[in-house]
Design a binder for this molecule. Structure first.
Ligand code: NAD
Length: 326
């Protein structure tokens, strides 16, 4: 393919993807299934890999999330809230592992976690008290949702220690709460939410916290931005955050090799439907926090973690096939 053709295709993909991202992130109302978005996004990545001059700062591949143009107050994130690289096969996970081993010079253990289908949430505490909660937004600037988060039952308002600290995790709506909300909306003739992720985002990003109060939101906390020195691993960090009263997911495991990671993936691909909350993949994180620091991040994603995305479910595949044939 000639550069001019690649440039034209990349521009068209960027335009399309940005429209979809606006509907998804800003309006909480996606117009296509995730796998349709992912396929176009990956095509854009392919083009940019083949023609690096196409990688410009305004490409969607260099940006986190969407525009932050809601009426909610804005919050700057001193430590950016990034996106995450993703892969769709075990072979690509092997490549990820080889890349990590090459960079650090030895095999590493991973903390393997469920990829919760919700939206990122930052919780900041001052002297042990929750003083601010915010969304990821565009990674640098998010939205202040403190008043809304005060109505999420599993978020501690006060910690058992006088800590000034920040944790991050996922705000989600469980499957039961989602079904109930959509049934109620349907009954009242209101538009239903496309999926639990959008229901969670739409319920949290509300100007009126009383709306959030009526929706049943939950959290899983998995990142400690500034943990005490004694905390040296991701798995350990999650255990310590649980002791502070945060709701953490019990299914995370520290695994020493890829065989064990693959078995974990198989296990949760099986169990996925029985979980009371939605997951859209499995996350591998280099467990050693010092190594995470050493590996760092690109403008968009940390180098020490990757998401393995589940293949689309049948209904989603159908939507995708229709998309491609029209
Ligand atoms: P992402 O949602 O694929 O992955 C990053 C996010 O995963 C993090 O920000 C965090 O919130 C979340 N996460 C869940 N569990 C986690 C865990 N255990 N550890 C760490 N993080 C965890 O990335 P993104 O940049 O938010 O969005 C990109 C994805 O959103 C695309 O792959 C696409 O599927 C979807 N999307 C869809 C549309 C659409 O129109 N359908 C539009 C835009 C984006």
């Amino acid at each position: 393919m000639a550069l001019a053709d690649a440039k034209k295709e990349a521009a068209a993909l960027n335009k399309q993807l940005k429209e979809w991202a606006e509907a998804y992130y800003t309006k909480d109302s996606p117009v296509v299934e995730d796998n349709v978005y992912d396929q176009k996004y990956n095509r854009l990545l392919e083009l940019e890999k083949a023609y690096p001059s196409l990688v410009t700062p305004d490409s969607i591949t260099q940006q986190v999330g969407g525009d932050v143009n809601s009426d909610l107050p804005k919050v700057e994130h001193p430590v950016p809230m990034l996106s995450m690289g993703d892969v769709f096969s075990k072979d690509e996970l092997k490549e990820f592992d080889q890349r990590i081993q090459k960079l650090v010079g030895h095999p590493v253990a991973y903390n393997v976690e469920l990829k919760i289908d919700g939206l990122s949430l930052s919780l900041e505490y001052q002297d042990g008290k929750l003083f601010r909660a915010s969304t990821r937004g565009n990674g640098q600037v998010g939205e202040d949702v403190t008043a809304n988060v005060r109505y999420i039952q599993d978020v501690p308002q006060t910690l058992p220690e006088n800590l000034t600290t920040e944790v991050r995790g996922e705000c989600y709506m469980g499957k039961e709460a989602f079904a109930k909300l959509n049934a109620e909306r349907d009954e009242q003739g209101e538009a239903t939410f496309a999926n639990p992720r959008n229901a969670a985002a739409g319920s949290l990003r509300q100007l009126d916290p009383k709306v959030t109060k009526k929706r049943q939101l939950s959290t899983f906390i998995y990142t400690w931005i500034n943990p005490p020195q004694a905390v040296t691993g991701q798995h350990q960090a999650i255990g310590e955050m649980a002791k502070l009263g945060f709701h953490t997911n019990e299914n995370g495991r520290r695994l020493e090799d890829l065989e064990a990671v693959f078995a974990y993936i198989d296990e949760f691909t099986e169990k996925r439907d029985q979980l009371p909350y939605g997951i859209d993949g499995i996350v591998l994180k280099v467990d050693d926090l010092a190594l995470q620091e050493e590996l760092g991040a690109t403008v968009k994603v940390p180098r020490w973690e990757i998401a393995y995305k589940f293949p689309p479910e049948e209904a989603e595949t159908l939507v995708r096939d229709i998309e491609w044939t029209v």
